[in-house]
Structures are given as structure tokens and as C-alpha cells.
Design a protein. Structure first.
Length: 614
């Protein structure tokens, strides 16, 4: 009986095309020169020497390829790489390095045959390679040794490895890294703790990953484990503080596993970088890279670790096929992050964080304009830098879409759906269309009520914020708002901050910000000493207020902040605000001039654009 049914069904399934069939095995990615429909890299072996005196990585990479269509050319992505030679079976071949595009870099075209299995490229990176930041000892916590780290997402891997730089392709890899003996090298794979101290480190990534998850860091580093699968890497002088701050890490991993399945990457460590790191965190497999600006002493900014950990499923296991599908990485991750936070710290705490983010999202959409095409979840980034897609839309609109689905489906049904989704697509890539198809077949079809409540197309292909945006309430914030109203009315009435966390302060500052005056800033600073505060999130909000009401007593601390912290989320808005104010512009230009050499290339690019008026 079963067989007959099978036979009858064949013709129908043949016509009921799944979106996967439409894209072929690999989706064409507008941000890569590679030709994966013809030929794919399945594995790479990297061998590099880190030369701190010339700020170069020098060495070679061997790519193992699968030629699917007897293609005669392997097309790779490169950015500012110096290609010394290309060899196939030990024989040099004539390659073509095409003229560079400002965003995409240069295509490296290598002639191959149907039988080509391996291609070796000898090359070196440029001293200003976009992914790499070479730090002087003064830019580190210990001040004694130089430091190097990479940031490959979105399309910067090509500035340190010639490869098919698209999230649509996954490969396994090994690497040998040579560095000065006194430094430790780490990469985004399970670490081998035995190989410390001889200047040569070997790495092996047994799981297939996309290029943007290739990462390397070299510095004076030490390790402290929480248990046999998680721990902290940091400069020795930072280690104890960082270890204390992230003490809930093992609990976060177990909570995540309870939600959406076993942690698949064997090991989960956090590497705390120097403060110039341009992001809060980066989900490099097995080894999240994190900014030290979340270390406050009171563990109040650890949701960032929950976020990067969540990427171990959403992003690293099930990966956005192109950067137009970026919300699949980030929206899912913010959603998952929030579920981890709720599990560990309770619903009231999570509500507070969610409401803060939703308020920001509403501001962002209002600023961008409700009809702005960039407020759609599914983006069209053709001809643009994929970095343009990084903002509240992918993250927060994406997250609230999933939250709306959760509310409509009920948590149990939704969690079962998500767990199955991750399980069935592990180590694969995903397009927006494929996700929507999966959602339709596995959830919506059997539950038409969900569709009545949540208009999926409106969320994904529509601009602005849909009617089904979840309503978030926070009892803690109700109290903060009362305190804020009292302060605005009478600036001598200071809030009672007993039990306040970073988030209470942020909500307080954001609520009073539009009403702030110089006098109110003086009163607040006298009471709370915000200008001196070491908490980067609160400091940032305070500095924005300081600019708005020309509160000069904060400017020295602000200048110091801009000279040490390179996290773009903080520094870009500060520069933007000051650059737009004629009375501050010459001063802020000076500060930028001196601080700029200490920033990573992705932050520099954004801030240069601010001063160029783009
Ligand atoms: N994967 C992102 C960082 C990223 C995205 C780098 C796109 C380059 C291009 C990472 O997971 C992230 O989202 N970091 C956030 C922190 C998070 C808590 C929202 C950040 O760095 O601010
Ligand atoms: Zn993220």
C-alpha cells in the first residue's frame, strides 16, 4: 500500500516545487564573484605567518574543490590581497586578478580543468586589510604586547583569505599559524589547549562553516575554564574580571539546549578583546569574540553573550544564504537570546530588555520613514555594502515577527516548530523564501488562526511596523517612568534607584532625554556622577545627552571614551551628533583625527562617511 501511494505521489511532488529547487543547490549571491553553481570549495587548509612588524599575514591556502559542471574557471573573492602565485598539482598557473570594486574587491580567476581537485594560492595581506586589526601594545589592557584580531562578517574574510566569500557555501578547514613565541593564537574552532608557547599553532574545524565565520586572534592571552566545555580567554590582567562577569555562561548553554537542542559545536568559549573591537560581539564558532565594554562588574550586560551563544544555532548551524536574508541570522538570534535571558533571569527582567529594544525599534522606524524599503525584513542590497543591512530592522523587527508568531501559535507549539526547524536544517543555508515555505507547511497550514493574527507577508515584504507588533509591558519600567516624570517636573526630585539595573537607568535617561536642559544635566551629574561612570551603555546615553544640552563638564570624559572605545554602536552616533552641531564640529573633527588610527576598518568606514556627509 505504502509503495502505491509513493508512486502516485511522485508526479505531484515533482510539480509542487519547493523554493530550494528554484535556487538550485546554491543561491547566487550578489556580494560574491564566486560561481558555486559550477564549482564549490569544500575544504581549505590555511598556513599563515603573522608578521607584526610589517602588519601582514603571509603564507598560502589550499582549496579543495568540487567541480560540478566541468567548469574551466574557479572564481574567488579577494580584497587588497597580494597574490604571489597559484599552483595546481605543484605547477604554476596563470591567474587573473581583475580590477577592484570598492565594495566587493577583486575577482581572482583561476583556470582549472574537470579534474582539478586542489588549488594552492600563495599570498600576503595588505597592512590595511579590512578584516584585520593590528594593535600596538598601548591599545591592549596589558600594554606590553601587540595584538591581532580578525572580523570577517559580512564580506571581509576575502581581505585575509582568497576564497568563495559567500554565506551560501560551507566548508571544513585546518590552519597552521606562526606567531611570536610569547603570544597565543586562537581560531574559530575547538581549541587544543596543549599547544601553547612554541609560536606554532594548528587548528582543525571538523564542521562545515561559511567564510564569514573564519576568525583568528593573536595576543598575550590566558584561559580559565568554567567546565569541560566552556571558559574565558582574555589578556591575563583582564581574565579574573571577565571570568566573574560571565559566570552564568554554563547556565546559558544548558538553557539554550533545553530550548532548541543540544549544543552542536563541542566547545563554547568567549574571547575578550581590547576595546577597539568594532562590535559588541561576533559569533565565531566555538569562540565568541566580545568587547570588554560589557564588563561592568555587576553582570548587567551579559545578554550579549546569550546573543552570541544563540547564534550557535541561528546563523552558525542554519545560515542566511545571502546577506539579503540577514534577518534570518539576527532576528532569530535576538529572539533566542531573549528566551535564554527569560529562562535564567525571569520574565520581568526579559520584559524590561524587550521593551527597551522595542522602543528603539520604533524610533529607528520613525527616523527611517515608515515607507522606507530598508524597513523590510527581506532586503535588496544589490550594489550596496551588506553592512547597510545591519540595524534594528533585521534584529528587532525580525525578533518581534517571531515573537508575534509565538504569541499566535502558543509557546509549546512554536518551540516544537523551531526546534524541528533547527534540527532539520543543521549545517545548511536558508533563504527567506525557503523559511516562509517551511513555516507554511509545518505550522501555518494546520493552524489557520495563526495566519489570521499574523500577516507574514506584511512582516517580511512590507515596510514599517505591522499591526501585530507584540505589545510589551514592563512593571519595572512603569516605576522608572513615574520617577522620570517627577524629575522632569522638579529636577531636585531624584529617583530612588534602589534595585536599579543598567536597564532601569537607560530607560530613565531615554525618557528624560527630550526634556533635558543644561541645569538638569548639572543636577543629575552632581547626584549620579554619570560623567565618571564606567558602564559603557549608561555612559553612551549620558554623553548623547551631554551633547544635546552642551554640558561641557562631560566633554573630557567623552573625549577619553572616543579615544579608547572603538565599538561602532557607541561611537558612530556620538560622532554623528557632534558633527551635526556647528559649535562642536571643529572639536569633534580633531578628536576623530587622533582617535581614527585606533579604530577597526569597519568603524572607520562608517565614521568617515559621517564626516563626508554621506
Ligand atoms: N553577527 C553580529 C555582528 C555583525 C553583524 C558583524 C553583521 C558584522 C556584520 C553579532 O552577532 C551581533 O549581532 N552583535 C551585536 C550584539 C548583539 C547583542 C545585538 C553587536 O555587536 O552590537
Ligand atoms: Zn548577532
Amino acid at each position: 500500500m505504502k509503495n502505491i501511494l509513493f508512486l502516485i505521489l511522485i508526479p505531484f511532488t515533482m510539480f509542487a516545487k519547493k523554493p530550494e529547487d528554484e535556487r538550485g543547490i546554491y543561491v547566487k549571491d550578489q556580494h560574491s564573484y564566486s560561481n558555486p553553481a559550477e564549482i564549490v570549495v569544500q575544504h581549505l587548509d590555511l598556513s599563515l605567518k603573522a608578521d607584526f612588524s610589517t602588519k601582514k599575514l603571509v603564507g598560502f591556502v589550499t582549496l579543495q574543490v568540487k567541480n560540478l559542471t566541468n567548469a574551466d574557471t574557479l572564481r574567488l573573492d579577494t580584497y587588497n590581497l597580494k597574490i604571489e602565485s597559484v599552483k595546481i598539482n605543484d605547477a604554476p598557473v596563470t591567474f587573473i586578478l581583475k580590477p577592484a570594486d570598492e565594495i566587493l574587491g577583486s575577482e581572482l580567476a583561476i583556470p582549472i580543468t574537470a579534474n582539478t581537485k586542489e588549488v594552492t594560492i600563495y599570498y600576503e595581506t595588505s597592512p590595511d586589510a579590512q578584516a584585520l586589526q593590528w594593535l600596538n601594545p598601548e591599545q591592549t589592557a596589558g600594554k606590553k604586547h601587540p595584538f591581532l584580531y580578525t572580523q570577517s562578517e559580512a564580506i571581509l574574510a576575502r581581505s585575509w583569505i582568497p576564497l568563495q566569500d559567500t554565506p551560501g557555501i560551507k566548508f571544513t578547514w585546518t590552519a597552521t599559524i606562526h606567531c611570536p613565541k610569547e603570544l597565543m593564537a586562537l581560531m574559530s574552532c575547538p581549541q587544543n589547549p596543549k599547544q601553547i608557547g612554541n609560536g606554532t599553532y594548528s587548528f582543525k574545524m571538523p564542521f562545515a562553516v561559511p567564510s564569514y565565520l573564519m576568525a583568528l586572534s593573536i595576543g598575550d592571552l590566558a584561559y580559565k575554564a568554567y567546565d569541560n566545555r566552556s571558559g574565558i580567554y582574555a589578556e591575563p590582567v583582564m581574565l579574573a574580571k571577565a571570568f566573574h562577569e560571565f559566570t552564568d555562561l554554563p547556565a546559558m548553554i544548558s538553557s539554550a539546549e533545553q530550548l532548541y537542542g543540544k549544543y552542536p559545536w563541542l566547545q563554547y568559549d568567549v574571547l575578550v578583546l581590547p576595546p577597539s573591537f568594532p562590535f559588541g560581539g561576533m559569533e565565531n564558532p566555538c569562540l565568541t569574540f566580545a568587547t570588554p565594554t560589557i564588563i561592568t562588574g555587576d553582570r548587567s550586560l551579559v545578554s550579549l553573550i546569550a546573543h552570541e551563544l544563540a547564534h550557535s544555532w541561528s546563523g552558525n548551524l542554519v545560515t542566511n544564504a545571502t546577506w539579503n536574508d540577514f534577518w534570518l541570522n539576527e532576528g532569530f538570534t535576538v529572539y533566542f537570546e531573549s528566551r535564554i535571558m527569560e529562562k535564567i533571569y525571569g520574565k520581568d527582567y526579559a520584559d524590561m530588555l524587550n521593551l527597551l529594544s522595542q522602543n528603539e525599534l520604533k524610533h529607528t522606524v520613525a527616523d527611517m520613514g515608515v515607507n522606507n524599503p530598508d524597513t523590510k525584513l527581506f532586503l535588496d542590497l544589490k550594489g550596496r555594502d551588506p553592512d547597510d543591512g545591519m540595524g534594528d530592522i533585521a534584529y528587532e523587527k525580525g525578533r518581534f515577527f517571531l515573537m508575534a508568531l509565538e504569541e499566535a501559535a502558543g509557546r509549546d507549539m512554536w518551540d516544537a516548530f523551531l526546534k524541528k526547524y533547527f534540527e532539520e536544517h543543521r549545517f545548511q543555508t536558508m533563504t527567506t523564501k525557503e523559511f516562509l515555505h517551511y513555516l507554511e507547511v509545518n505550522l501555518l497550514q494546520e493552524n489557520p488562526l495563526i495566519k489570521q493574527k499574523v500577516n507574514v507577508d506584511e512582516w517580511v515584504y512590507g515596510t514599517g511596523l505591522p499591526k501585530s507588533l507584540p505589545v510589551i509591558k514592563s512593571k519595572y519600567f512603569d516605576q522608572v517612568e513615574k520617577a522620570a516624570a517627577a524629575f522632569i517636573k522638579q529636577p531636585t526630585v531624584m529617583p530612588d534607584t534602589a534595585g536599579w539595573t543598567t536597564h532601569h537607568y537607560l530607560h530613565f535617561l531615554r525618557t528624560i532625554a527630550p526634556e533635558m536642559t543644561y541645569e538638569k544635566a548639572v543636577a543629575l551629574d552632581n547626584h549620579f556622577h554619570f560623567t565618571q561612570i564606567q558602564n559603557s551603555e549608561i555612559a553612551f546615553d549620558w554623553f548623547m545627552i551631554a551633547f544635546a544640552c552642551h554640558y561641557k563638564p562631560a566633554y573630557k570624559a567623552l573625549e577619553n571614551f572616543l579615544n579608547t572605545v572603538g565599538r561602532r554602536k557607541f561611537i558612530a552616533p556620538l560622532y554623528r551628533k557632534a558633527a551635526a552641531d556647528a559649535t562642536l564640529r571643529p572639536w569633534i573633527e580633531q578628536i576623530y583625527k587622533s582617535a581614527r588610527p585606533g579604530y577597526h576598518a569597519v568603524a572607520v568606514k562608517t565614521i568617515d562617511e559621517i564626516f563626508e556627509g554621506k
